[in-house]
Design a protein around this ligand. Structure first.
Ligand code: 0X9
Ligand code: ZN
Length: 296
């Protein structure tokens, strides 16, 4: 099945999601939101014990935007396991629907496993025969094409031919829009850097509820015991990245939006570090859930 002492290929991860949906049919629903450029399914899970659909606040969590950041799908699957399979965490099901997509860029993820460990982007054809792929985290339709993105297909931060040029980001955005009334918290898991990053990321600007997001982020980060995370605005702590998904999520009205940069330093995290990183992170989920469950 699944473990957090090794990294897993896409088939294993999807097999685990399938297993959970089959084993806990009243709790877990497997949702296919479309197909990747190379024809892989785009799966996420909905975890909920509500009887009426869409009747309570929801949390969105994704991983695997950037192919090489393997620790992020590992954390996403760990969060799924903790919510679904650990009775001690049953309170996380009170008044919250969870939408969790472990691998948002499956083509890139598989390519980083079988061909090129440090692959980042999608795998679509571009106008350059030699350079494939778009940076999915520069492909979103908010301030698309601004600072920190590139129009050069050979760049690691290539923005694509237009906003949502990628079938993966388009399917993702359509699903989130369909749930945007319910989703109150948005976490997109990346690596690396040990940071909780708060919009905006397109420029040094701050959303109107920045102070609230900072306070909740600090509260969540105070739970981390092994790894210390910095909390703050993206541009202040990192760099400009116009067209990133978190800015877009904020722009459509989601209250609490964070880009998580997981430990440590470097994209290649040894498998022996998965368990400490995911275990250290999980208590923050409880902090976020407690806050979100009260929002209407
Ligand atoms: O550059 C990115 O897309 C993210 N970092 S990563 O190393 N995972 O690629 C950061 C995006 C966060 N947003 C901003 N820096 N504005
Ligand atoms: Zn990333």
């Amino acid at each position: 099945k699944m473990d957090w002492i090794s990294y897993h290929r896409l088939d294993d991860i999807y097999g685990y999601l399938n297993y959970l949906a089959a084993t806990y049919p009243n709790l877990v629903e497997l949702i296919n939101i479309g197909t990747s450029y190379e024809n892989r399914s785009l799966y996420l899970v909905r975890i909920s014990n509500a009887t009426a659909p869409d009747s309570q606040p929801a949390v969105w969590i994704d991983g695997g935007f950037h192919a090489r950041e393997w620790i992020s799908p590992a954390l996403a699957t760990y969060i799924i396991k903790q919510i679904v399979e650990e009775p001690a965490n049953a309170k996380l099901l009170n008044n919250i629907d969870w939408y969790i997509m472990p691998v948002a860029n499956p083509d890139g993820y598989e390519y980083s496993h079988v061909r090129s460990r440090l692959w980042r982007k999608t795998r679509s054809l571009t106008t350059s025969a030699r350079c494939l792929g778009v940076d999915p985290n520069r492909n979103f339709d908010f301030k698309w094409g601004g600072s920190g993105s590139s129009s050069n297909p050979c760049s690691q931060v290539f923005k694509g031919s237009k906003a949502f040029s990628e079938v993966e980001t388009l399917a993702y955005s359509k699903f989130i829009i369909s749930k945007s009334k319910q989703i109150k918290l948005y976490l997109t898991l990346h690596s690396y850097g040990q940071k909780l990053l708060i919009p905006w990321g397109y420029d040094r600007e701050y959303p109107s509820n920045f102070a609230d997001m900072l306070a909740l982020g600090n509260c969540a980060a105070s739970k981390f015991k092994i790894f210390k995370y910095g909390v703050g605005n993206k541009v202040d702590l990192l760099y400009r990245a116009a067209g990133n998904s978190a800015d877009w999520a904020k722009s459509i009205g989601i209250d609490y939006v964070y880009t998580v940069e997981l430990p440590t330093r470097g994209f290649v995290v040894p498998a022996s570090s998965i368990t400490p990183i995911v275990q250290d992170f999980f208590p923050a989920i409880d902090v976020f859930a407690t806050k979100i469950a009260t929002l209407k």
